[in-house]
Write a protein that binds this ligand. Sequence first.
Ligand code: GLU
Ligand code: MG
Length: 666
Amino acid sequence: MGLLAVGTPLEWSEAKKVASHVREWGIEQLLAIWNNAKGKERDMLLWGDEIEYLVVAYDDDKRTVKLSLRQADILEALATDKELLKQGGGVPDLARGSVKVGKTAPVFHPEFGRFMLEATPGEPWGIGFKDLLDVEPDMKWRRKIAKEHMEAREYPITLTTFPRLGNKNSLTPDYPISGPKLRSQFLPDEIANPHIRFPTLAANIRSRRGKKVELNVPVFVDSKTQQPFQDPTVDFEMHNWPEDDDVRKGAAKENCIYMDAMAFGMGSCCLQITFQAKNILEGRKMYDQLSPLGPILLALTAATPIYKGFLADTDVRWNQISRAVDDRTPEELGEKPLKNDRWRIPKSRYASNSTYISQDPRLRPEYLDPNLIVDEALKARLVEGGMDDLLATHFAHLFIRDPIVVFAEDLQELDLNKADHFENLQSTNWQHMRFKPPPIGSDIGWRVEVRPMEIQITDFENAAFSVFVVLITRAILSFDLNFYLPIARTTENMETAHARDAVLEKKFYFRKDPLPRRAGRTNGSAPGSAAGTPLPSRPATPVGSVEDEYELMSVNDIINGSSSPGGFPGLIPLVESYLDSVNVDVETRCELARYLALIRGRANGKLWTAAKWIRHFVREHEEYGQDSVVSESMTYDLVKAVERMTEMEGRDGFGREMLGGSRIDS
Ligand code: GLU
Ligand code: MG
């Protein structure tokens, strides 16, 4: 999750004084990159995926499972494996701040939690369809390599969150709670990656807010859940730090599971896809068109029904991460009148995105976020430096935030051959889409990162969602599809995606007609038949009321298509039309069909999300007391079951509700 610079980090009181300085230099670095790279053309659309893992450690005799805090040892074992290095693999070299890029073997990275790992393919995936089929074996290989560099009792599991994180007996080795950095009631400071960036991030977010972060997740009320529910793990008597007053001042809300540290959010795992666009125009279009798909992808991948040993009434991680890094002050939150701060800010740094950036005549001003906060002075500087208004607005919006981790050494002189100050702000704006300028001095082009998806239990599912996102992106570009929706609706959709079983129970705002307007086309027809016809060079700007362009739809309608005549064609049928329009051999098409069948099944309810499967597992467990409590031994059985599913992928019949059979009929 971002750059691992080395140096002496400033405490918040000091970092705050140099915030404007860092922002101004960041903007100068951005302008240098922009002027240098705005015309950069790459001849190939490349892409990559990122998988985040939790490392768990079992004690089979005691029937317990804990998070293993051996990230550094495991990364070290991977980095020094001579055989692996021969294949080009490696890990970021923290000491020198450089990253060795593997040729073929995967690359492992540290993540926020000291119990996390991240792995990416050794080389980006290319445009070829064959590459799509290599993703799943590569993901399996990554997990195998990770496992081989762990102790026998450890396993790299792809659950979004550890079910009992924040309870006693959940970490190995264990440390005393309530350290100076986090001041958490539930977690030790040692929970974070020891690289100074991570504990400083957590501490400075807390200092900037003036209190600990506050995560309250509604508890799932079962037949014997205590009513009203008061989180029994909260200690109202603790007096180690001034922050211990938070709970006495009402931080822990009734009927909610309460959490108080960054690791409860940033200790969650996701699946991300990054595209390299051919050029900046294409990148800007992908950023805009994929944005409305974010909440749909979140609902489809829902995998987070448990927090801190309790069943939650929500299914996804998103808002918890958002609150876990929410550094807004009471003034920015609107809790106090503005006096020292510059703005009221509607969203956390981790949130759904708030800008559109494509120079597309179909982008109507009505789609833009009416509540967008922008640093006008920085925007003016970007425009003066040659950037267009739309993109300048995007970056000047990201730059309303303060830099959280500032290294004293970096403030000596402005180096326009570096991007450190720019990246400082860019990489701590965790929006569901990220637009990434080319790194300085490399061959890489303009990139777009798709960030909302939850990690899936099996590599099959992670490959399926990766491939789906790639194919829909290609369909978007090939057919010039239009998914524009007012940003405020996407923001609402993101909230909707949190509901229990949102994928089946909720409706989402979505554009009714995604097909480009051209003469002679009837509304709602599939574009495949006309795929050979060149599109008009400039699609028309839509007219009429924006509200008439979209409606509430089920995820099933969005993914599989509406059954009503002239209704939404469906993302999978659009992908199928795209596949019809290009040359894909039968074998590849069959393999891709397995993946598309999983997505179809998730959307129509024939296949369960991981959230549903996990919730069901807990509620059916013989020790479950219908009281929302997920005990240690239930957690052990759950994690074992998840490992079994990861290894067997339903071949033994286990987990078929979620994965389908070896041939999935949907
Ligand atoms: N783990 C975070 C998530 O679940 C993302 C961290 C990153 O940006 O790599 O969204
Ligand atoms: Mg990551």
